[in-house]
Design a protein around this ligand. Structure first.
Ligand code: C2O
Ligand code: CU
Length: 462
């Protein structure tokens, strides 16, 4: 199925006005101003070379947008880059024309243009925003930030901390490695992997906490392709939400977080320092340190996790729409040819001439590739088969899905998320109710994989 359907959004406001540069990101409770612009940034020690990053409001990560559930968020965004861009609000079950996918839900925002994003916040949780035009490059250069939608019912945390993790690829001079952007070697393997881990733009930051308090940590993996393995030391951490959506709480102090995923933790702080380590390499790599400040006072806040309510019930499985998605391609895969722009071509040719390497159901995907057309109200089962030699972080726009997840151990857990990490060979069923009309992407969030074919559109018809 091939379709060209650029829903050019006429209601959206593309202002020609020149708006003065304002450094304040929050104008009031629900009105934010963002820019995307290039900015010099230093990784690590003084003396290190400065990198040329692309950032929101000159910050890495971009400013935290934080507001209450049930309100409408307005973001006045100005593109000060030299190339077009858009912003996607990852995990928000958004209205389609505000989803921010360039050339699918809106035209790309040209250099110098302003675009107003305006949408209701119907779910509380941990989200993030990131560029969605050439995201493999724009996100790698730093275009992302956290979006927190606050609960209405009090949960009782004394402290709410967001940790945005990113894995940068730097040169020996500690400079952002521009030259390796677009390397076919990365694209055909796991994607662009880095060598420099940051939390909120810093290496091993210190974030102090008070003794005898209850803290909520919201962890976001903003890496292009890196699956991070973390471990908390000195404390047991309770997972309370996944990809924004509250789950049945469970203790898990060592865990994995794939690109674009979020995990919220509840931790009761006592008198020992809390430490976060990355555990992928042989040596524990210190990622963040939370020193404890002693106090005599004891907080009276009681944690009420019951006030974290599941967003949805499991959908009705009567007469579901079953969609098979066969993921193929990549290095060491079994895909020898695929359909690209209506023509069958060898993978060798597709790789060398078009930088296309991955496929869904034998077709190189892009925004004009329709995976399925679905009637509103239907329950959908995406039967996804990862027939490749690689892990993939599969993301659905506009909806969360239910998944019997193997991400937290051998015993599967039925959870709701918007991004699911699939193992090589894994077959998974992503179940959701098609209750949000529009053109929604389904893609791998290893952004190089999406750019080279692992992407398609699910069209939900109102
Ligand atoms: Cu966070 Cu289409 O992505
Ligand atoms: Cu992938």
């Amino acid at each position: 199925m091939k379709r060209r359907n650029f829903l050019l959004n006429s209601a959206a406001t593309t202002l020609a006005l020149t708006i003065p540069r304002i450094s304040v990101s929050k104008v009031n409770e629900n009105y934010y101003k963002l820019t995307a612009e290039s900015k010099k940034f230093k990784f690590g020690e003084k003396g290190n070379k400065k990198s040329n990053l692309w950032l929101y409001n000159q910050k890495s990560p971009g400013p935290t947008i934080s507001t209450k559930k049930g309100t409408e968020l307005i973001v006045e965004f100005k593109n000060l880059l030299k190339e077009p861009t858009t912003i996607h609000w990852h995990g928000i079950r958004n209205i389609n024309e505000m989803d921010g996918v360039s050339n699918l839900t809106q035209p790309a925002i040209e250099p110098g243009e302003t675009f107003i994003y305006k949408f209701p916040l119907n779910d509380a949780g941990t989200f993030w925003y990131h560029a969605h035009n050439k995201s493999w490059e724009q996100v790698a250069r730093g275009l992302y930030g956290p979006l927190i939608v606050e609960d209405i019912l009090p949960i009782g945390f004394d402290n709410d901390i967001t940790l945005v993790a990113d894995d940068w690829r730097l040169t020996k001079e500690h400079e952002f490695d521009e030259k390796s952007l677009g390397s076919l070697m990365d694209w055909s393997h796991q994607g662009r992997l880095g060598n420099w881990l940051t939390i909120n733009g810093e290496s091993n930051p210190k974030i102090s906490l008070k003794e005898n308090t209850h803290v909520r940590l919201r962890l976001i993996n903003a890496s292009n392709a890196r699956i991070l393995n973390f471990k908390f030391k000195n404390y047991s951490a309770k997972i309370i939400a996944l990809d924004g959506a509250p789950c049945e709480p469970f203790i898990k102090s060592a865990f994995q977080i794939a690109p674009a995923q979020r995990i919220d933790f509840a931790i009761d702080i006592k008198n020992k320092d809390l430490m976060l380590f990355e555990t992928s390499t042989e040596k524990l790599y210190p990622t963040a340190l939370f020193p404890i400040e002693k106090t005599d006072s004891i907080t009276d806040n009681k944690i009420n996790l019951k006030n974290l309510k599941s967003w949805d019930n499991f959908p009705n499985l009567n007469q579901p729409e079953i969609i098979d998605i066969h993921m193929q391609g990549g290095a060491m895969g079994n895909l020898s040819s695929a359909i690209f722009n209506g023509e069958k071509k060898s993978l060798r040719e597709l790789a060398s001439k078009e930088a296309k390497l991955w496929a869904f159901n034998g077709e190189i995907g892009d925004y004009s590739y329709t995976i399925a057309e679905i009637k509103m109200g239907k329950t959908v089962i995406l039967k996804v088969w990862n027939d490749t030699a690689w892990k993939h972080s599969m993301h659905l726009h506009g909806h969360h899905f239910w998944i019997n997840s193997f991400e937290f151990g051998k015993i599967p857990k039925m959870i709701m998320r918007d991004t699911y990490l699939m193992q090589p060979g894994e077959k998974a069923e992503l179940i959701f109710e098609a209750n949000n009309p529009g053109l929604w992407l389904f893609h791998c969030h290893m952004l190089e994989h999406a750019a080279s074919g692992m992407v398609g559109v699910i069209n939900i018809d109102s």
